[in-house]
Design a protein around this ligand. Structure first.
Ligand SMILES: [Zn+2]
Length: 507
């Protein structure tokens, strides 16, 4: 009898354990799916391999990204120039205030240099600042210098109806002085045309320039000359650039929007370009030739950029889409100008005239690299913007009473932060104080030394490392060589699996 009871108890316990086990596995799966689903709403990565590698990088560097989208975080603004304008950019402002100040400066015949770090939040801007602290380098960044000498503020970047914006809506607010809806360029929320400060400047016979390391038909530069409800209609935006007759110097990428359907850039020997890519146009128009008919010079390499004539207008297209990421520059990209080289040339071409000038220079790669949550690449792109500001500041200094120099951003990208990390008890920092007490710290605040090491170690973008690795061995080697740390065999295997068999995180 006792044996029988014992058997029944055993069977019940066993069945219970199995049920609990099945239930907990199902719960775990459900929980996992929920986590993946809820997370993917804010983590629209190109591939899960990117997510995985970024998490490994985050663990090593203590850099934390909250998303790979734009956020509502306020962005910095700094300006030097006559107080009449800089005072209005001080403290907490909205992005459309910038456009109104630009228009006021143009109405007064001021020279205007506007440098936009696309996607640059306060933390992005802090990366080179912290780097200099770490190096005990006393020379301030241009961001610090301009903010100290002139004005310093926070820009709230929302659209006409939402907290989080995009380059089109925010670019429109900055260029035209009025907020609009997402993806709209140069039109208000009802679709009516808005006038940009640069259009106003052209009406007043200014010399004008638009410079970007993204495509010239991309949202930020387009906000200064185009009027369209959807930023993705870039072929039409390119047409509007041709027809507006408002920009004297045009430097950027996006050349595929300028050659006829069915052609390759290399089909046109007269451009002497170094590229080979297909047209993105849906018609037979060659916009480069159309620009030439309007007396524009054309260039597509650093060499040609250096030989431009001052008295003529110019169209310079240096890539199919965006220009190379600053961190990926090497000898193969030497003949493609940096955004600093383009900006400096543009300022040289439009200044020293009887008429005042208006220049917008965009450092777009900050946003692109932040969308990839790639800390080293973001850092290099912000350094690029600092270099742009060096030359912009030199031009401002030539005539400070008549020149307004503003740097700002259109929105923050990525929710970038550097956080402290909790340490295991045995690894706690311990220090004997003079009075005999022991100071114990369980959080790792990330030392300046380690921060510097992390930044110096990264040599290429995370996506370049991934695309150049085809085996676990290659992955381990490339991550060590180009990102500066070691990963385990298991991590490498998981990464490779995610690259080859699990391509998309979300369709
Ligand atoms: Zn943007």
């Amino acid at each position: 009898m006792i044996k029988r009871i014992y058997q029944i108890v055993c069977i019940v316990l066993f069945a219970g354990a199995i049920t609990a086990c099945v239930q907990s596995t199902a719960k775990e799966t459900e929980l996992h799916e929920n986590l993946v689903n809820s997370e993917s709403e804010f983590w629209f990565q190109r591939s899960i391999s990117h997510v995985l590698l970024n998490r490994i990088v985050s663990k090593k560097t203590q850099v934390v990204w909250s998303t790979n989208f734009h956020t509502a975080a306020p962005v910095p603004i700094g300006a030097v120039g006559p107080e009449k304008y800089t005072k209005k950019l001080q403290g907490i402002i909205q992005n459309d205030s910038i456009g109104r100040v630009l228009k006021e400066a143009v109405a007064d015949n001021m020279n205007v240099i506007l440098v936009i770090g696309d996607g640059m939040g306060n933390m992005h801007m802090a990366l080179p600042v912290y780097k200099r602290y770490a190096e005990k380098n006393k020379k301030p960044t241009m961001f610090e210098q301009i903010m100290k000498e002139g004005t310093c503020g926070y820009v709230y970047t929302g659209t006409s109806r939402g907290l989080v914006t995009g380059s089109a809506a925010s670019g429109t607010a900055i260029a035209c002085g009025q907020k609009t809806l997402m993806n709209m360029i140069g039109v208000d929320s009802t679709g009516m045309m808005l006038e940009s400060a640069m259009s106003l400047a052209k009406k007043k016979n200014y010399k004008t320039a638009l410079v970007t390391d993204a495509g010239i038909t991309d949202a930020t530069p387009a906000a200064f000359y185009a009027h369209i409800f959807d930023r993705d209609l870039e072929n039409r935006v390119a047409m509007q650039l041709l027809l507006c007759d408002e920009v004297d110097v045009i430097f950027g990428g996006g050349a595929s929007r300028f050659i006829p359907k069915g052609t390759k850039f290399s089909d046109f020997e007269q451009y002497a370009g170094q590229f080979d890519f297909d047209s993105s146009r849906k018609d037979s128009l060659n916009l480069i030739e159309e620009f030439k008919k309007k007396s524009y010079q054309f260039c597509c390499s650093t060499e040609q950029l250096e030989q431009l004539k001052k008295e003529k207008k110019v169209l310079g297209l240096f890539a199919e889409g965006g220009l190379p990421a600053p961190i990926n520059r090497d000898s193969s990209t030497m003949n493609i100008p940096t955004v600093k080289e383009m900006g400096e040339k543009a300022l040289e071409l439009i200044s020293n005239n009887q008429s005042p000038y208006f220049a917008m220079i965009e450092c777009a790669r900050i946003d692109w690299e932040a969308h990839d949550n790639d800390i080293g690449a973001v850092y290099e792109a912000v350094e690029d913007m600092n270099r742009v500001l060096e030359s912009a500041y030199a031009y401002y200094k030539k005539d400070p009473e008549k020149t307004l120099l503003i740097f700002t951003s259109d929105h923050e990208t990525g929710g970038l932060e550097i956080a402290y990390r909790k340490m295991p008890k045995e690894e706690a920092f311990r220090k004997k104080l003079a009075n005999g007490d022991e100071w114990i710290n369980l959080t790792n605040p990330l030392s300046y030394k380690q921060y510097l090491t992390n930044l110096n170690q990264q040599k290429k973008t995370v996506s370049k490392v991934l695309s150049g690795s085809h085996s676990t061995q290659e992955l381990k080697q490339n991550i060590h060589r180009l990102l500066g740390f070691k990963i385990t065999d298991e991590e490498a295997e998981l990464l490779l699996y995610s690259m080859t068999d699990y391509k998309k995180y979300k369709d």
